[in-house]
Each structure stands twice: as structure tokens, then as C-alpha cells.
Design a protein around this ligand. Structure first.
Ligand code: ZN
Length: 687
């Protein structure tokens, strides 16, 4: 450890004893269910403070001290590991990495032959024991020498097959975690079940791994990072697995059908020099926010078994490997206030206002608080120090108050008694509170959204005009627009003949929009523009959408088992509005789409089938006249999925003039890049 790192200064033996207790409790909670009163940074600072105090006062060292112990001394589980599951020592920056490597090479008396560089996944280490190729037992890391049997989770973990390719008896080691998508799905399930959510993917994975009697099942993901043959096994394979370089062992693991990071943008590499190691660390850190799963660092180790054997182990960690820690995605900051926003559908959503804090490369000032029950359950107060989590695309969320940091100046959060938007009553019968006026509460916002350029595209309907019509009682929702008469419009203040005729023509024109846009105009909760396009293409007619049950709705790409019932319920609520639109003669079909036949999946060969496409820069050639939304519509017509950000999942980037960071990111991820002209050629049949 270097002295440049910040640490908690402990004044006396009492402060030291308190610090030890806090660290032990935090480690126990962390290893039990992934939650902790301290974030990683605060915990590390505390342990460094304890270490510093112990160095100065060796006579005062308590036996319960977490220093020098695996998992901070937290003991859980009773299944002994055949070979200890050690954690790694950490470095925090390029300089410390260079110091560590130099120390290792001094110990070896020669340069390290080759380095392996891999992402450090932000999950829980587990051991998966296979007997004759069959997955027989899952054990958590626990305290490193013994862990907990979590075999009940077998079958719910993507990437961890029930059977290996060969009938071998080995122990696979790796990380169990939730991808961002799995995390969002798990939160939705829990929210539907008891109104609460998980704080972050790691604690969600920890809780899920242990949960035996939950009424719902959440999916997990496994990435293997090592193999341990049984210690008494001297078969040819066991000997080979002990002697192969780490990189080749990982090839063997992948060949057994186990997921490794090889197929991800942060795949492990072998580097022959430390400069290349540092470079790879930079590359992995650069794409961290775009990954579909969380990483908290980079693992650097000697690739050759001979180097590893020569370097050996310290009391708690291998000397031949180190974890290069990336900045925390979880930090403690202050809860300054709570804002209550009323959404387009009348849902009242609390939002935390935070003292700005840097997390995963961005400054976080707001975080979601889900609902009132969530605030009460967490016991949050204004002025509290709170743990905030954010990584990648996940919306920042407030985890919990750090109760021992309270000063007594905290105040209760005021819960609104009436709708903050219109002052009418609140319907609090559901976890998600809603204004009793529902969509009408925010009628202006709903109508402005519906007539927007990417929906019905009715020109000449500014907010003040919509308000004027609402106040005059001419309309109550956007369907009423289609019944407006010339006389009614001319009766409005500041409404001349020309603008009246133009507006009526624009409204008439809006009746011909494709179903995808009409559907988007409805503002169904949980469906934006691109989801609306997918729904419209899938069902082809509004009738087909309205007769679909949750199961049928779920056939649409991107709609899960949680969202489908919401869409069905919303469509029932919107029935009078849709009926009015039908009556007005608004188009209710999607050009070029055919409704799915009973019991069979539509099979069509589309040029962009299963591709995720991102468009950036200025469009030229045949695409020059299209708005970005129209280009996205084109992508979806051609079978692709339009996305706004480049990620590991992107299949194609259409890069026009002045394409900036998205192009650079696509290049670094090795994603195919085409010009607008090339792209137009590819999808000309759909233009
Ligand atoms: Zn209201």
C-alpha cells in the first residue's frame, strides 16, 4: 500500500475499535447479501486507516481486525473449497501498477514472460463443480476457504451450462452477475411483486443467488475466469490444466460451452510488455460505460503457469495477479431535496435532488426514487447521506441512507397530499401514485406530444394554441382535433382565415400517418417511438393490437413479461380515445406489414433482420431529406432496430458527415461503418 491514498484518520484506541467494528459489520453485510452501509471507496479508506493505526500502535491490534484477512474476515458458508478462493490485491492507477509489476519482476529476478489482461466483472465469485461433465454443485466464495451451497440456482444462470462438452470432473471458477437488461427485468419483477426494487446489479445478483423461496425467478449471467482440477487428480487433463498458460485454459473453458469474456468488447488479451498492459487497461476503461454488464476493474496476471508458480502467494492473495480498480460506480452523497413530477399519463414520480457527485464518468445530480413506498421503506430523510449507484445506461438510483452519518439536522421528506400538477386528488391505491385525472391532468403535455413531428406531425399547433382550445372546451384530448370545425377555429382569438385553413389541412393530412406514428401518439406507458414501430410492424393493424392479449404482445421484440400487461391495460384505458380516432377516419394500418398468422411467426427476409443500427452525422445522398426519425423508421421497415447509442450490441453504424464520438467509439469496438449512400443502397427497396 502506498501512503498517497486517502485514509480515515483514527485518533485513539476507541476510534480504532469503532472503525474495526464498522469495517467488520460492513464486510459481513456485503458478503451476506451484497449490501453495505459503506461504499467501496469509503470501505477502502476505512481499512487503510485501520492499517495505518495498527502500524503505529502494534500493541493495540484487535484480533477481529479486517486487515490481512480474506473478505475482511466475514465468514459465511460451510462448504470447504478444494483450493482456496483468494481475492486479489488492488492497485489504483498506472503508477501503482508499474510499481507492483516491478516488485514482481524483482522477486522473479527476470521479466514476466507474458501478461494476461482481463476485465474484472462486478459480481460474485462462485465455484461451479462439475462431475463427469454435469453441473453438480454451486458454492459461493464465502471467506475464501469455505462458501455457501447455492446449487438451487442451477438452471437460472446464463452462460453456465448443465453439461460440459466433455465428461470431465473439474471446478470452474467465475463471476455470477446481472447484465443491465437482467437487472432492469429483475427490478420490474420485484416492483410488480412487492413494490420495491434492487439497489444495484451486484446486490441484486447476490440476493438472487441466495433466494430460495422467492415467488419469482430472476435470471443471472456467468462468466468463467478459471479452472481448478481436483487436487488429487493426476490425469492427463488435470496435469495439462495445471500447466497451460491462463489464456489457453480460457480457450479450453470456452470450448466446454461455458461463457467467457472472449466474445465481449473487453475480451482478455495476452501482452508481452507492460506498455501494452497499460494500453489495454485504457481501452477497457474507455468502453466500460457502454458494456451491457458491470465491471469494476481489470485483472492483470502472469499468463504462464511457471511464472505463477515462481511468484507464489502471500497470506491472502496471489503475488502473480493484481486487480486494477476503476473508479467506483457507487458513492455517498447528500440528499438535498425531492421533486415530484407528474408524467404525461398522470403518474406522480419522486426524484431525488443530490449534491453533485461523479459516478462512472458523469456528474450525477438527480436519481430515481421510484415511489412513495420506496421512500418510506428506505427511511430516507432530507439531508441524509445516501449511497447512489450509477453505471453505464442504468438510471442513477438512491440506494440507502447512511444512518451512522446522521447529524440530527435531517428532516422528513414531505409527501404531497394533492396532485403537484393540478391540485386534484391522488389515487394512491397502487404503488405508483397517479393523479385521479390521469392523462387529463397533463392534457396539454399529452396533446403536444401526440401532434409532435415524430408522431402525428401537425404543423401550426403550438402549446399556447392547444391551451386556448382546451380552455375553450373545444378539445379534451388529441382525437378531438379531428372533429374541429372551421367555425370553431375562427371563433378563437388571434385565429385568421389562412391559419385556420392551414391547420385544418394539416389535421386532415395527419389522418394518413402510418399506424406506427398513430400508436406512438397514444403515448402508451413504456412504449416510445421505436417500440411503437415494432408493435405496428408486428400487428399491422390497430384491431390486431387491440385484440392481442399479454402473451401475444410479448411476441414483439423488446416487450417482456412485465411490460406486456401494462400495454394491454393502457390500451383498455385508451379505448375511448382510439374509438374516437377510428371514427374520425384516422389510418389504423401499417403500410407493408402483414398481421401475424394464427400460431406462426412471420418469416420474412429483411436486409437488416436482427441488426441494431445507429445513425450519426449529417445524411447525404438519398437520405439527405429524411429527418432522423424518418431514417429510424426506414431502419425498422427494413427489419432492423434503430438505436441512438453505439454499444457492444450495435451491428452497423451509418456515419454521415461530421460524425464524431459515435464513429470513434464504433471504430474502437470494431463495428461495421457505412456511408449514408452505401446504406441507402442496402435498403433501397424500403425507401
Ligand atoms: Zn393532476
Amino acid at each position: 500500500m502506498t501512503e498517497t491514498l486517502p485514509f480515515t484518520v483514527l485518533a485513539d484506541d476507541t476510534a480504532y475499535a469503532e472503525a474495526v467494528q464498522l469495517a467488520v459489520d460492513s464486510a459481513a453485510a456485503y458478503y451476506a447479501d451484497g449490501t453495505s452501509a459503506l461504499d467501496d471507496d469509503a470501505y477502502d479508506r476505512l481499512v487503510r486507516g485501520i492499517q495505518a493505526y495498527e502500524e503505529a500502535h502494534p500493541e493495540a491490534v484487535l484480533p477481529s481486525s479486517p486487515t490481512g484477512k480474506v473478505a475482511g474476515g466475514a465468514v459465511v458458508g460451510d462448504v470447504p473449497h478444494t483450493v482456496p478462493m483468494l481475492s486479489l490485491d488492488n492497485v489504483f492507477g498506472a503508477e501503482q501498477l508499474a510499481d507492483w509489476a516491478a516488485g514482481l519482476e524483482r522477486r522473479l529476478g527476470r521479466p514476466v514472460t507474458a501478461w494476461s489482461v482481463e476485465p474484472k466483472l462486478d459480481g460474485l465469485a462462485i465455484s461451479a463443480r462439475y462431475r463427469h461433465g454435469r453441473l453438480a454443485q454451486l458454492v459461493t466464495r464465502g471467506d475464501g476457504s469455505a462458501g455457501e451451497d447455492v446449487s438451487h440456482a442451477i438452471g437460472t444462470i446464463v452462460g453456465l451450462p448443465d453439461r460440459l462438452a466433455d465428461p470431465v470432473t473439474v471446478e470452474l471458477r467465475g463471476e455470477v452477475m446481472m447484465t443491465t437488461a437482467q437487472f432492469e427485468a429483475a427490478c420490474a419483477k420485484r416492483q410488480a411483486h412487492d413494490g420495491t426494487t434492487f439497489a444495484n446489479p451486484r446486490s441484486a445478483a447476490a440476493g438472487t443467488l441466495r433466494a430460495q423461496d422467492r415467488p419469482y425467478v430472476c435470471e443471472l449471467t456467468f462468466f468463467g475466469y478459471g479452472v481448478v482440477p481436483p487436487p488429487d487428480d493426476h490425469s492427463e487433463l488435470a496435469v495439462r490444466l495445471r500447466e497451460l498458460p491462463h489464456s489457453q485454459i480460457m480457450d479450453w473453458v470456452a470450448a466446454q460451452g461455458v461463457q467467457t469474456t472472449a466474445a465481449t468488447p473487453v475480451a482478455g488479451i495476452v501482452a508481452d510488455a507492460l506498455e501494452r498492459v497499460q494500453e489495454r487497461v485504457g481501452e477497457i476503461a474507455a468502453v466500460r460505460a457502454e458494456l451491457p454488464f458491470g465491471i469494476d476493474g481489470i485483472v492483470i496476471k502472469c499468463d504462464l503457469a511457471a511464472d505463477q508458480a515462481e511468484a507464489g502467494f502471500s497470506s491472502r492473495a496471489p503475488r502473480w495477479a493484481i486487480a486494477y480498480k476503476l473508479p467506483a460506480t457507487e458513492k455517498i452523497t447528500k440528499l438535498l431535496g425531492v421533486e415530484w413530477n407528474v408524467g404525461r399519463t398522470g403518474v406522480i414520480a419522486p426524484r431525488a435532488v443530490l449534491e453533485p457527485v461523479e459516478l462512472d464518468g458523469s456528474i450525477v445530480t438527480y436519481a430515481t426514487l421510484h415511489n412513495v413506498a420506496d421512500i418510506t421503506r428506505r427511511g430516507l430523510m432530507l439531508g441524509d447521506s445516501v449511497t447512489v449507484y450509477k453505471a453505464g445506461d442504468v438510471i442513477p438510483r438512491v440506494e440507502a441512507p447512511v444512518v451512522h452519518l446522521r447529524t440530527g439536522d435531517e428532516r422528513p421528506i414531505e409527501i404531497p397530499q394533492v396532485c403537484p400538477s393540478c391540485g386534484d386528488a391522488i389515487d394512491s391505491s397502487q404503488e405508483r401514485w397517479r393523479c385521479v385525472r390521469g392523462r387529463e391532468c397533463r392534457a396539454i403535455a399529452s396533446i403536444i406530444y401526440a401532434v409532435g413531428r415524430d408522431q402525428l406531425d401537425i404543423e401550426g399547433l403550438a402549446e399556447n394554441r392547444v391551451k386556448q382550445m382546451l380552455d375553450a372546451g373545444l378539445i379534451a384530448d388529441f382525437a378531438d382535433l379531428f372533429f374541429l370545425t372551421r367555425e370553431q377555429l375562427l371563433g378563437l382569438e388571434r385565429m385568421g382565415e389562412t391559419s385556420t385553413d392551414n391547420l385544418l389541412a394539416a389535421i386532415e393530412q395527419a389522418k394518413t400517418r402510418p399506424l406506427s406514428r398513430v400508436f406512438a401518439a397514444l403515448g402508451v406507458r413504456g412504449t416510445g417511438r421505436s417500440m411503437s414501430r415494432r408493435i405496428a410492424r408486428h400487428f399491422a393493424t390497430m384491431d390486431a393490437i387491440r385484440t392481442a392479449d399479454a402473451e401475444a404482445i410479448q411476441q414483439v421484440d423488446g416487450i417482456g413479461s412485465e411490460k406486456a400487461p401494462v400495454v394491454v391495460a393502457e390500451l383498455i384505458e385508451l379505448a375511448p380515445l382510439i374509438d374516437k380516432l377510428v371514427q374520425a377516419g384516422v389510418n389504423m394500418t401499417e403500410p407493408g406489414a402483414t398481421p401475424p398468422a394464427e400460431g406462426e411467426e412471420p418469416k420474412v427476409e429483411l436486409p437488416l433482420a436482427a441488426m441494431s443500427v445507429v445513425v450519426t452525422g449529417t445524411m447525404t445522398g438519398p437520405l439527405a431529406t429524411l429527418s432522423r426519425n424518418e431514417v429510424n423508421e426506414l431502419i425498422e421497415r427494413a427489419g432492423g432496430k434503430a438505436s441512438s447509442s453505439v454499444s457492444a450490441k450495435t451491428s452497423l453504424l451509418v456515419a454521415g458527415e461530421k460524425a464524431g464520438s459515435k464513429r470513434a467509439k464504433a471504430e474502437s469496438l470494431g463495428i461495421r461503418i457505412v456511408t449514408p449512400e452505401e446504406f441507402a443502397g442496402q435498403v433501397h427497396a424500403f425507401l
